[in-house]
Design a protein around this ligand. Structure first.
Ligand code: PLP
Length: 379
């Protein structure tokens, strides 16, 4: 009689149900309360979360909005960009970063990323500055902060505003300062799979600029001044308000964020110890300025499709974030960058592959991933 092969364990990229199970009773209580109060749009739970998140980031204000894309749109809208104004950003990001710029009629200018951290390279940004540069928008990609001090210097010298796309980096620190507090405004996505995720779409903008916060509160609500007369519109606004239920969920989850991020760093350390010696595999580097939060754990190698297939055969999920630089995709063809112009990004897009990382991922699952990767490389 043949013995059955041991059942292989599935290792997913994320498992939101596991996280929900750890906070289910608290979540159910705040959902019940919000439903009983019928505070479905903004409301007290969202206001409480906004205050808590502002204080977590070390800024005066957080404006809760409908998603991370709308956070970027409102922050940029407050800068009154005109057609022809230029916003310098990275081509190595989720499309929303550049999409928000494009929708406001500004010109998207891509600058290449740093080889080691894949964040906006200040030297490449400097080369792209012109007298039309109005905004510099770094992305703290994968939860690793961009090098903000030199970017701040370039922004100051050129009279541009520095706006952080911190969608992937809730709780990450640059030289000890929490991201979202480093520029004129920080834009966050609370999409469910983010390090701090809602139970639907949600986003937020952090700032210590009081006038900007006031204007964003009005813009998210059709241009009506908060606390002012209803149905009187100071300017053309949007419906970009945060749902009350999302504010309530985020309020429950925020106190757990530092612990969840610490567990992500522990997993990253375990990968580092298990994989550092593997020839042909490049692990993520951490800059001297960074306390990253590993929204993603992204490694690089020549044959990433082969690695993905080998891991899939052992029930281990992987992903590629992102397989194409933005300037290679149709929506951004007219941004003035052709393939070959941004070589660090272009090469990285061919080599990167994300391994599973999320706070509830247990050590024995991490070890299964390490073993499978080592086997693939014959290490
Ligand atoms: C870097 C970055 N910017 C912006 C966004 C947009 O956020 P949302 O999906 O909440 O609109 C995301 C979401 O994935 C992102 O990763």
């Amino acid at each position: 009689m043949r013995t059955a092969a041991p059942t292989q364990v599935h290792v997913p990229m994320n498992d939101l149900a596991l996280q929900h199970a750890t906070i289910a009773s608290e979540i159910e209580e705040v959902i019940r309360e919000t439903v009983q109060n019928c505070s479905f749009i903004l409301g007290p739970a969202t206001a409480a979360f906004e205050q808590a998140y502002a204080s977590f980031c070390g800024v005066d204000h957080c404006v809760g909005v409908s998603n991370g894309t709308d956070a970027l749109t409102l922050a940029l809208k407050c800068l009154d960009l005109k057609p022809g104004d230029e916003v310098i950003t990275t081509p190595h990001t989720f499309g929303a970063t550049a999409e928000a710029i494009g929708h406001l009629g500004a010109r998207i200018v891509f600058a290449d990323v740093e080889e080691d951290y894949l964040t906006l390279d200040p030297a490449r940004v400097q080369e792209k500055v012109t007298d039309r540069t109005r905004v510099i928008m770094p992305v703290h990609i994968y939860g690793h902060p961009a090098d903000m001090d030199p970017l701040k210097e370039i922004a100051q010298a050129s009279g541009a505003a520095l706006i952080e796309d911190a969608a992937q980096a809730q709780g990450a620190r640059y030289k000890g300062e929490v991201v979202g507090s480093l520029g004129r405004a920080g834009c966050f996505s609370f999409y469910p799979g983010k390090n701090l995720g809602a139970y639907g779409d949600a986003g937020g903008i952090t700032t210590s600029d009081e006038a900007m916060a006031t204007r964003m509160r009005s813009l998210r609500n059709h241009g009506q001044i908060a606390g002012g007369p209803k149905f009187s519109y100071a300017e053309l606004g949007f419906n970009h308000r945060m749902d009350g239920l999302q504010g309530a969920v985020l309020g429950v989850k925020l106190p757990h964020l530092d612990g969840w991020n610490a567990r992500r760093r522990e997993i990253a350390q375990r990968y580092e110890e298990g994989l550092a010696s593997v020839d042909g595999l490049r692990l993520p580097s951490v800059a001297s300025w960074a306390t990253p939060v590993y929204h993603l754990y992204v490694v690089r190698c020549d044959n990433r499709d082969g690695l993905a297939a080998a891991l899939k055969a052992r029930q281990i999920d992987t992903a590629v974030q992102y397989p194409m630089p933005l300037h290679a995709t149709p929506a951004f063809h007219d941004c003035g960058a052709a393939m070959g112009d941004l070589p660090v990004t272009e090469k990285a897009c061919e080599e990167i592959i994300s391994l599973p990382i999320f706070p509830e991922l247990e050590d024995d699952r991490v070890d299964l991933v390490i073993e499978a990767v080592r086997d693939f490389f014959g290490a």
